[in-house]
Write a protein of this length. Structure first.
Length: 433
């Protein structure tokens, strides 16, 4: 083999870690497991069953551990027939509590920089733990991408601390899930104020958090001043007023974008017309033989290299949502806080305008809300106009408690982007002997 040339090696398998050998992976993950054991012993708490199983599986498979799930132990009722064991003074009590602090301490002590997803379910998080988690996020050393704190009994002050940490300059968090925490108005206000101006988080989930309709203006301000592209608010009490406030900046921005698209299309059409006129005069100068000009253009196109697939750009700061889920929010015509005779109809007119003009939205879930036939007809009209304007397909879910014809037509127009099916390979014919 000629000197200076190197053999092309095969690419590394996914999940093994770029530039990390098997020995280093084994050492890193084993050290994390050992530090977690020591931290739990010092904190007098139990190790998470799922965390222990995930780390052990990664050690066996010789791959980096990038995802951890922490949840409490299942409650096992004592059997009636067996007597209850009484702990003596010589035997120390066995801890039955699982906490988040030992896990954070273990990641820091092991200097383990490969955790990307952290899910915490049904474990109470007080203010000291929230402060510890906030410091962990603010360092920027640990590239945490997804954080889920579901049913963790977060207080207003804890929400402020976590929101401030998620919006710090060095934070890498993009997905934040705080489902099943009783935020109410004060908690939602504290969280939104701490997240305003955030350019990192693109997906925020606040499902079943007891958010009232009065928090709609706060959420609208959050959408307008951050880079959010997905907002999940299922199971709250937004009602008509709350969702109307959320849609206001989205509808205004969609209308502005629609006007800009039309102006741009008109400018392109004028340029094409002027180019056609210039081409006609050039053909006349060449004696009515435009083949030479056409051949030159074709050659230039053939010489051009194939364009590489461009990466998806990061979400922009402003009211551009790709996903909006507001299912089961008490949206109907019986809201006691509104003065309109048919509040759901006015809401769906606003939603119709949004569907007709927005080229960003890809998914809307407004299911389990009693909208009625007339309101759903407005949604259907918006979807039909969207198809005429050749805007991207959108997936939309509504309640089935409407006329069958309206429901079927909405399902036809709002199925979302269809995946391209790959061509089936032809079967080779085997010759018979």
């Amino acid at each position: 083999m000629a000197a200076g040339k190197k053999k092309k090696g095969k690419g590394k398998r996914k999940g093994k870690g770029k530039g990390v050998s098997k020995e280093e992976i084994f050492s890193l993950v084993t050290r994390l497991f050992g530090m977690y054991t020591i931290s739990c012993r010092n904190d007098n708490s139990m190790m998470g069953k799922e965390v222990k199983a995930m780390i052990r599986q990664c050690i066996e498979e010789e791959k980096l551990c990038v995802k951890l799930i922490l949840q409490p132990l299942p409650v096992i009722p004592p059997a009636k027939t067996t007597p209850v064991a009484v702990a003596t003074s010589a035997d120390p009590p066995v801890p039955r509590v699982i906490r988040l602090d030992p896990l954070i301490s273990a990641i820091r002590a092991a200097y383990y920089k490969h955790i990307k997803d952290l899910h915490v379910w049904d474990i109470p998080i007080d203010l000291p733990t929230a402060a510890n988690l906030g410091l962990f996020l603010e360092r920027g050393v640990y590239p945490l991408r997804c954080l889920e704190l579901s049913d963790c009994d977060l207080s207003k002050t804890s929400l402020e601390r976590i929101g401030k940490a998620a919006g710090s300059r060095l934070a890498t968090l993009t997905h934040l899930t705080l489902d099943y925490n009783d935020l109410d108005y004060d908690g939602c206000l504290a969280l939104c104020q701490s997240l305003i101006g955030n350019t990192n988080i693109s997906y925020l989930s606040l499902c079943y958090c007891n958010i009232p309709g009065s928090a709609g203006t706060i959420l609208a301000k959050l959408i307008s001043s951050t880079a959010l592209s997905g907002l999940y608010l299922n199971g709250n009490s937004l009602e008509v007023d709350g969702l109307t406030d959320i849609l206001v900046p989205l509808v205004v921005q969609a209308q502005v974008d629609s006007i800009k698209r039309r102006e741009k299309a008109e400018a392109v059409r004028r340029e094409a017309d002027s180019a056609t006129d210039i081409g006609d005069t050039t053909d006349g100068d060449l004696g009515g033989n435009p083949e030479k000009v056409v051949k030159k253009k074709v050659k230039k196109k053939k010489k051009g290299k194939k364009k590489k697939k461009s990466k998806k750009p990061p979400p922009q700061v402003g009211p551009w949502l790709e996903t909006l889920h507001v299912a089961d929010n008490g949206i109907d015509d019986y809201s006691p806080t509104t003065s309109l005779s048919q509040p759901s109809l006015s809401l769906c007119k606003q939603l119709r305008s949004f569907l007709e003009n927005s080229d960003v939205i890809r998914e809307i879930d407004i299911d389990d809300n009693n909208l009625g036939n007339l309101s759903c007809s407005e949604i259907l009209a918006g979807l039909s106009k969207r198809k005429e304007e050749k805007l991207p397909a959108v997936k939309l879910s509504v309640t089935h408690r409407i006329q069958n014809e309206i429901f079927v037509n909405i399902r036809k127009l709002a199925t979302g982007a269809r995946r391209k099916k790959g061509r089936k390979g032809k079967k080779r014919k085997t010759k018979r002997k």
